[in-house]
Ligand binder design. Structure first.
Ligand SMILES: Cc1ncc(COP(=O)(O)OP(=O)(O)O)c(N)n1
Ligand SMILES: Cc1nc(C(=O)O)sc1CCOP(=O)(O)O
Ligand SMILES: [Mg+2]
Length: 220
C-alpha cells in the first residue's frame, strides 16, 4: 500500500462523539484525513441495521473524498458494504483465515504491541501494522500497557519496509516525534472526534505529518 495513506488515520464510531458522527467525519475529511476506520464497539455502540446503515453512509462519504474506508474487526460487515479493507487485532479473526474470503485488492491492517506480534503480522501478509498503545488512552477499555516511542522505534527497526502507524493517546504535539521514530503516520480517535473543530485539527495533523518525509528503507 501507499504508506502516505497512513499519515492521518482517523478512527471513529458513533460513541466517540456527542455530535452527529457523519458531520464529524465530513469535517475530518474536509480537513484532509488520509484514511478512515469504522470502529463501532464499546458502551453504547450501535448494533444490527443501525450499525450497517451508519457504516454504509460513512463509506459513501469517504469515497466522495477519495479516502479509503476500513472496517474494524467485522469482516462480514466489511464484505457486505464493500469496504476498502479490514483492521484486525491479536484477539480477532486471524489475517491468514480472513484473507481467504476478502478481495485481494483490500488493505489489510493488523495491530501489534511488541516485536513478536509485528513479525507475525508481516509473515501473515499485513499491508500495514497499527503499533500501540504508544501512550495511555481512555478510549479503549482493554488497551494494553503503553509502549512509548521506544517501543515504536523497536518495531520500526524490525518491520523493514512495511508501513506502520502509531496509535493510542496521540495528540497533535506528538506527531513529529512519532514520525521521527519511524511511524508513517498517526492514528487517532479522540484527538479529532472530541474536539470542537475536527476540520482544523485534521488540517494540523496533516501539516505536521508533512514536515517529515515518508519512511524509506533506503534512507540514510
Ligand atoms: C490502526 C489501528 N491500530 C490498532 C487498532 C487496535 O485494534 P485491536 O487491537 O483489534 O483493538 P480494537 O480496535 O478492535 O478494540 C486499530 N483498531 N486500528
Ligand atoms: C483503538 C485503539 N487501539 C489501540 C491499540 O493500542 O491498539 S489504542 C486505541 C484507542 C485510540 O484512541 P485515542 O486516539 O482516543 O487514544
Ligand atoms: Mg480488533
Amino acid at each position: 500500500m501507499n504508506r502516505e495513506l497512513l499519515q492521518v488515520y482517523f478512527i471513529m464510531g458513533s460513541n466517540n462523539t456527542n455530535r452527529d458522527p457523519l458531520a464529524v467525519l465530513e469535517e475530518a475529511l474536509q480537513g484532509g484525513i488520509t484514511i478512515f476506520q469504522f470502529r463501532e464497539k464499546g458502551a453504547g455502540a450501535l448494533i444490527g441495521e443501525e450499525k450497517r446503515t451508519l457504516a454504509s453512509k460513512m463509506k459513501e462519504l469517504c469515497h466522495r473524498y477519495n479516502v479509503p474506508f476500513i472496517v474494524n474487526d467485522e469482516v462480514d460487515l466489511a464484505i457486505e458494504i464493500e469496504a476498502d479493507g479490514i483492521h484486525v487485532g491479536q484477539d480477532d479473526e486471524p489475517l491468514i483465515q480472513l484473507k481467504q474470503r476478502c478481495p485481494d485488492n483490500w488493505i489489510f491492517g493488523v495491530s501489534a504491541t511488541n516485536e513478536k506480534e509485528a513479525r507475525q503480522a508481516i509473515k501473515d501478509g499485513a499491508d500495514y501494522i497499527g503499533v500501540g498503545p504508544i501512550y495511555g488512552t481512555a478510549t479503549k477499555e482493554d488497551a494494553k500497557q503503553p509502549i512509548g516511542v521506544e517501543g515504536l522505534a523497536g518495531i520500526r527497526a524490525i518491520a523493514g519496509d512495511i508501513p506502520i502507524v502509531a496509535i493510542g493517546g496521540i495528540k497533535l504535539g506528538h506527531v513529529l516525534r512519532l514520525r521521527k521514530a519511524g511511524a508513517d503516520g498517526v492514528s487517532v480517535i479522540s484527538a479529532i472526534s472530541q474536539v470542537e473543530k475536527p476540520r482544523q485539527t485534521a488540517e494540523l495533523f496533516k501539516k505536521y505529518n508533512q514536515y517529515i518525509p515518508s519512511y524509506s528503507i533506503n534512507a540514510e
